[in-house]
Design a protein around this ligand. Sequence first.
Ligand SMILES: Cc1ncc(COP(=O)(O)O)c(C=O)c1O
Length: 305
Amino acid sequence: MKEKSFTTKAVHAGRYTPARGVVPPIYQTATYAFETAREMQDIFEGKSEGFVYSRVGNPTQKVFEEKMAVLEGGESAKAFASGMGAINAAVLSIVKSGDHVISDRTIYGSTYDLFTEIFPRLGINVSMIDLSKTDELEENLQDNTKLIFCETPTNPTMKLVDIKKISQYHPTTMVDNTYMTPYLQNPLELGSDVVVHSATKYICGHCDTLGGVIISDAEFIERTHQLLKDFGAAMSPFNAWLLLRGIKTLTLRMDRHTANAEKVAEFLEEHPSIAKVYYPGLKDHPQHALAKSQMRGFGGMIAFE
Ligand SMILES: Cc1ncc(COP(=O)(O)O)c(C=O)c1O
């Protein structure tokens, strides 16, 4: 059978509709009931499928995870209360005290603070560099480098990082794909090991909920589970439901965002008061060729001076 389109998967992937409802229910419950203590124990120990406590798993959250794994082309996904909850758990599932991380220096402010203030306090050293320059990456690689992290395009200068290139090196690579969404870019297909999102942005699309998600192979996602369980940044069932509703229109929204941004970027480029426009869709953007090779559209974000 023909592979389903992204738009079809965005609507239909991930299903949990016990009463045949088209829309999954909001399982607004913290705890679950069992016939016997043994039944609960088996789920706790992973011997049977089910839910025991919504900090560590909930059916509505699970539908969201399944959909995100399908859309990013990963084996599995783990939902968190926010993008920062997801990034924090993903990084700490890889590094420990004494390890080294390389990150692009142009990243979202709170991720920057995590790398430059919080992680160094835990004995994790981070080199903040320009990952679009291969020589800088090679100069900073160390025997204990466990992670290479980037956003592409970066906020706010719209610089790109070549995902295929940074994924050739030995450390785990993690890409924050918030700006592109899985509709416009799939870092796992380009060789990256882990993808993180602030689902609060385009995935939600309605400014009414926070959310975060990690997508990777099943073994890595299993490792992030302990960080979810013990740090407790769990996504609420209602937020998972709102995100599921938002994703259904992701492709329509991203197409319109991209079309609007292209028009605005072209307008600004011609404007006499504007010195510089940063938009990878413009033909004179220094990384336009890379943009065309790793993104399926240029997205809705623009910067200008
Ligand atoms: C690229 C990027 N990553 C991560 C985050 C953090 O996400 P959240 O606000 O959902 O914690 C943001 C938030 O603006 C962001 O823009």
